[in-house]
Design a protein around this ligand. Structure first.
Ligand code: FAD
Length: 356
């Protein structure tokens, strides 16, 4: 059965935007006419999507120690898809989306080295012979990252792990969707009751309505939000080529280089549905982690603080539901794995539409 010729998508976050773009790109490559329209509750100028807040690491190895094995397998598949997809998208974009796949580094302060050892053992337990992580001496660590604190005695390299410039990605996706003939309706709130409805629009003219509302679907699905807080700093004094994870007994932190000498730093998990601004305690922890990585971060400028909710089902696993009789589908629950999983899930969903 062919893919429906008219598709409405609720939510212009990561899932909705990637799905709309892939559907339009697929139609163009196959010489088909396909109407794809995105309905976004907020304005694209002031995005509220988790996609905008995220650090956008694509890190299957780091995640396998705390997740189901399936997350790793889907993540490896996405790691293969991102470079292909970005190469297609970047051909049509004035500012390409930066993609870095030099791998991640995991370090710990000398007094917390047992945390690093534990992480390495967990990785070995989960992946056995597939474990490709490599120990680096302090010297090797500094060859890769001269600006890391000289006190780190050793570190782990998780090869092939990647990160991308997510904010540029969202801009480029939205531009390409419009260039391919798609439409994006801003300030358009869609509901599923279970049929899709949106004030001012006749959605019955769409053969398929896809729910990609993330935490916005919480009222109609068993989706909860899991809070994440991030701090953005800017300094020309420090250069990093890798995403760096800092193991600490109380919290695990990550720092990811972003464009314009900026860095995003965050804690991987805070189990709370509260989306209010960043707390003083979190900010102090994030700043102290930065200081541990390099005391020169003390002179960096804080340029942004952000908190948002990761859309999660109870088991923290993603799910695709398709109800062909009702003409609806949903893709949700990507939790803290949106960038890690979205390409795999979207490719799988489009394939399932083709073979339905
Ligand atoms: C702090 C933080 C750090 C993260 N870091 C990473 C990371 O490093 N790597 C990784 O893989 N993942 C990361 N994530 C997770 C990732 O951001 C999410 O998994 C992903 O964004 C989920 O995509 P989504 O499209 O389902 O939801 P979102 O990106 O949140 O998009 C949902 C969209 O739906 C819209 N919407 C809501 N309700 C409605 C409605 N009724 N009608 C129309 N539109 C609606 C929203 O406004 C939003 O634009 C992080 C998340 C956070 C919060």
């Amino acid at each position: 059965m062919p893919i429906p010729s008219s598709i409405a998508i609720a939510g212009a976050g990561l899932v909705g935007s990637l799905l709309a773009w892939r559907l339009l790109e697929d139609a163009q490559q196959s010489g088909l006419k396909r109407r794809v329209e995105l309905f976004e509750k907020s304005s694209l100028k002031h995005p509220r999507a988790a996609a905008h807040t995220a650090a956008a690491m694509i890190s299957p190895l780091s995640e396998v120690v705390v997740s189901e094995r399936a997350i790793y397998d889907m993540g490896i598949c996405s790691l293969g898809l991102w470079p292909q997809w970005l190469s297609t998208l970047n051909k049509h974009s004035a500012t390409p989306v930066a993609y870095n796949n030099q791998g991640s580094l995991v370090v710990a302060h000398p007094s917390d080295e047992s945390e690093l050892e534990q992480f390495a053992q967990d990785l070995h337990f989960h992946l056995q012979h597939e474990n490709t992580a490599t120990w680096l001496t302090g010297h090797e660590l500094r060859q890769r990252e001269p600006d890391l604190n000289q006190q780190f005695n050793r570190g782990l390299l998780l090869p092939d792990e990647a990160f991308l410039d997510n904010r540029q990605l969202m801009i480029n996706l939205h531009q390409r969707i419009v260039a391919l003939g798609g439409k994006i309706h801003e300030n358009a709130e869609m509901q599923f009751q279970p049929q899709a409805v949106c004030d001012g629009f006749d959605l019955s003219r769409f053969a398929l309505c896809v729910d990609a509302r993330g935490v916005g679907a919480a009222q109609s699905q068993a989706v909860r939000g899991v809070r994440g807080e991030v701090l953005w700093v800017q300094t020309p004094e420090i250069k990093l080529q890798h995403a760096v994870r800092l193991m600490h007994p109380r919290y695990k932190l990550y720092i990811v280089p972003k464009p314009n000498n900026s860095f995003i730093v965050g804690a991987t998990e805070i189990e709370s549905q509260d989306s209010s601004p960043v707390s003083v305690q979190s900010m102090m922890e994030l700043c102290s982690a930065l200081y541990t990585l390099n005391p020169a971060f003390a002179e960096a400028r804080i340029i942004e603080l952000d908190a948002n909710l990761r859309p999660s089902y109870l088991n923290n696993m993603p799910a695709i539901h398709h109800q062909p009789q009702q003409g609806t589908a949903s893709i949700n629950g990507l939790y803290r794995h949106g960038y890690l999983l979205a390409p795999h899930l979207i490719a799988q969903f489009i394939d399932s539409l083709k073979s339905a």
